[in-house]
Design a protein around this ligand. Structure first.
Ligand SMILES: [Ca+2]
Length: 152
C-alpha cells in the first residue's frame, strides 16, 4: 500500500471541500424553482448528479435569470421564465414545473401534481401531448364522409 505524504492529503481534502461546497451551493437553487426537488440537479444539468454542463433550461437561467449573475445568484422565477420554453418541446418551463403562470415564490409549497412534473431542459421529457379523442376522430371521419358525398 502506498503511503501518501501530508501534502497530498491536504490537497485531496481541499479538493473535496471545494467540490462539496460547490454542489451544496448549487443545490440551494432547487428551492428557487417550483418543484425543484422532484428532479433535483437534472432540472438544470445534463448529469442528474449535478455539476458539469447545463441543459437548455440551465443555460437559460444562467444567461438571464440569476440575480446577481454568477455563482452566488438566485434564480429569478416568475412569469417571464415560466412562459419561455427552454428546450423547445412545446411545453413552457412553467407548464413543465407545475406553475404555468409563474406565481410560485421560493418558500411556497410546490404547486401542481408532483407526478406530472417534467424536465424543462430535456425535450424528450414533457407533459403528455393531447391526442384526439375517439369522439373527435369519429367526427372528422364523418366530416370527410359528408364532403365526399357532396362532391360525388
Ligand atoms: Ca419545455
Amino acid at each position: 500500500m502506498k503511503i501518501y505524504g501530508r501534502g497530498s492529503l491536504v490537497l485531496i481534502t481541499a479538493g473535496l471541500l471545494a467540490a462539496a461546497s460547490q454542489v451544496e451551493a448549487r443545490a440551494q437553487r432547487m428551492g428557487q424553482i417550483p418543484n425543484g426537488g422532484v428532479n433535483g440537479c437534472a432540472n438544470c444539468h445534463v448529469s442528474s448528479a449535478g455539476g458539469g454542463p447545463r441543459n437548455d433550461f440551465g443555460q437559460m437561467v444562467e444567461a438571464s435569470f440569476l440575480s446577481p449573475a454568477g455563482f452566488s445568484g438566485r434564480v429569478q422565477w416568475g412569469l417571464e421564465l415560466a412562459k419561455m420554453d427552454a428546450d423547445g418541446d412545446g411545453a413552457t418551463n412553467g407548464e413543465e414545473l407545475g406553475d404555468p403562470e409563474g406565481l410560485w415564490k421560493s418558500g411556497d409549497a410546490d404547486p401542481g401534481d408532483a407526478a406530472a412534473i417534467t424536465l424543462p431542459g430535456d425535450p424528450s421529457s414533457h407533459p403528455p401531448i393531447e391526442e384526439p379523442t375517439a369522439v373527435e376522430a369519429n367526427t372528422w371521419a364523418q366530416v370527410k364522409e359528408a364532403m365526399q358525398e357532396l362532391f360525388k
